[in-house]
Design a protein around this ligand. Structure first.
Ligand code: NAI
Length: 507
């Protein structure tokens, strides 16, 4: 089936964006809404956006005018439309409203594939009122639609192959990337996106580090473009806290997805983020106020150190003029490299004095920022001297309290584990999991790629350490991750499944 004519229902933020992308892709669009003035405002907005794109040189004036000519106001959301090939609904997020619209469309647009842009309702539930539920599919766009070139294609339990094929075709026509996700709470991207903020909030609530420190570690050691707290501030807690809650509730309280009282309280106090001028950061005139990096007077001679394990760190320190011993002594500061364990435990395991020992996250050593961990027994003067010696490396230094494991390790483990659990349940294919995270969440690497880069064994070691130390089932490694770690397989490898044996059941 070719897609020539499309109806968009709902001329709000999402419907406008979808209409804009569709007409620029060559599809005739009728824009409709329950409120007539919304249609006019929508047409005006899309027209202006397309003209502006021509001014910016993204298309010629002739192309822009041709696209605008393909856009018109429809008679009404459920007016007869026998020539409509595809309807995309983007009205208010209410099950009863969407069901009523699609029930009427069954006869009004008898030849169309029906699609809902719902972000949190079940496609199966919306389709339950239809005589032919196979016609309905989820097409979940992201905001703002013209910039976010990803679409989740969500078949409900009774969606037919034709509807999925049409959904794929329209996504391709748009020049967008489609990922296929099962009809589950949060679909793919909103579920994937839980790994980072839940663990960041857990770290914060343990008073291990401040939001600005966690964000810096997330950027410089985890390799994200934006830290979890800046991201929550940008999105607004009025949007992100409900997503945390609905995905957690939708999975009946899976501890891996557990939200935090931190965001609940902040939401109740209107500390939403950028939009209210106060969130995890302050905003003056809309500009994020970032606390300065701690000032540490670099001094390679501040202490003599013994580096217990990390040869790269020992080399770095030596090259920076710090005297590095190969055996611990009474006067040297010991530096341990905790992996999936608190620094004090790493000190005890190394047989060094925890009052004279700091931790440096080994994952931070390759990057531009060293994460220093301060165990509870540390002599403060010795810790300060050690920080001065570490600053002599020229790296930025972030100092955190001791916790069940260094911060970056916890963030990485949580992101990878949530992605792996999604792969395990067949909610999406490994390739789509990584694509969804890159295009939908802006991660430079998807969770499975991130896990492969650090090695699945290391991620399991961190999670097992966290689980053993805290007893919190939040840290149980998913079977997908553990299997691949133990077999030395890639997290992106689906492995051999029964169906691959091609010895199908009879009948
Ligand atoms: P919006 O509030 O900007 O626009 C909704 C439009 O639907 C309004 O113009 C309203 O007049 C119209 N409408 C309401 N009830 C109607 C009815 N019974 N019949 C016809 N029109 C009706 O909402 P927005 O943000 O565009 O969201 C629309 C849908 O897209 C929701 O299902 C939402 O969950 C989903 N979505 C929203 C995203 C976002 O970031 N805003 C992202 C992805 C999906």
């Amino acid at each position: 089936m070719t897609i020539r004519r499309m109806r968009v229902i709902g001329a709000g933020a999402m419907g406008r964006g979808i209409a804009q992308v569709a007409v620029t892709a060559g599809i005739e669009v009728e824009l409709t809404d329950g409120v007539e003035s919304a249609v006019d405002a929508g047409l005006e907005f899309v027209t202006a956006m397309i003209r502006r794109s021509a001014e910016k040189g993204q298309r010629t004036d002739a192309e822009a005018e041709a696209a605008i000519a393909r856009l018109r106001a429809g008679a009404a959301p459920t007016a007869p439309g026998p020539d409509v090939d595809l309807v995309i609904e983007a009205v208010v997020e209410r099950l009863d409203v969407k069901q009523a619209i699609f029930a009427e469309l069954e006869t009004a647009t008898p030849n169309a594939v029906l699609a809902s842009n719902t972000s949190s309702l079940s496609i199966t539930a919306i389709a339950a009122v239809l005589d032919r539920p196979e016609r309905l599919v989820g097409l979940h766009f992201f905001n703002p639609v013209p910039l976010m070139r990803l679409v989740e294609i969500v078949p409900g339990l009774r969606t037919g192959a034709e509807a999925v094929a049409v959904a794929r075709r329209v996504v391709r026509l748009f020049g967008y990337t489609g990922v296929l996700a099962k009809d589950t709470p949060g679909f793919l991207v909103n579920h994937l996106g839980r790994g980072l903020p839940t663990e960041a909030l857990q770290v914060l609530s343990e008073t291990v580090a401040e939001p600005v420190d966690i964000d810096r570690i997330a950027r410089d050691t985890v390799g994200l473009k934006m830290g979890p707290f800046e991201l929550m501030d940008l999105t607004g807690l009025d949007v992100s806290h409900p997503v945390l809650e609905t995905v957690f509730a939708g999975f009946y309280g899976d501890p891996r997805l557990r939200p935090s009282t931190v965001t609940a309280t902040r939401l109740s106090g209107n500390l939403l983020g950028r939009k209210t001028g106060a969130g995890f950061y302050r905003y003056d005139g809309g500009i994020q106020q970032v606390p300065d990096e701690p000032s540490i007077d670099a001094d390679p001679a501040a202490v003599v150190v013994y580096v217990n394990e990390d040869t790269a760190l020992a080399e770095l320190l030596r090259a920076s003029g710090v005297r590095v011993l190969t055996e611990p002594t009474e006067h040297a500061v010991s530096i341990v490299s905790p992996v999936g364990t608190p620094t004090y435990r790493a000190a005890l395991a190394a047989g060094v004095n925890p009052a004279h020992t700091i931790g440096v996250d080994p994952l931070s050593v390759a990057g531009e920022r060293l994460t220093v961990v301060v165990p509870a027994m540390l002599d403060a003067a010795i810790g300060a001297a050690a920080a001065r010696a570490l600053a002599a490396t020229g790296r930025r230094v972030t100092i955190t309290a001791d916790g069940p494991a260094p911060v970056a390790q916890r963030l990485i483990a949580s992101i990878v584990n949530v992605g792996s659990a999604i792969a395990e349940t067949g909610l999406a294919d490994p390739a789509d999991i990584d694509l969804g995270a890159r295009l939908g969440l802006g991660y430079p690497r998807g969770p499975l790629e991130l896990g492969d880069a650090h090695g699945p064994r290391l991620v399991v070691r961190i999670l097992d350490g966290l689980l053993e130390y805290t007893g919190d089932p939040r840290y149980r490694a998913s079977a997908w991750l553990r299997t691949r770690a133990e077999l030395g397989m890639s997290l992106r490898d689906r492995g051999t499944r029964p169906v691959d044996l091609h010895v199908g059941r009879e009948g």
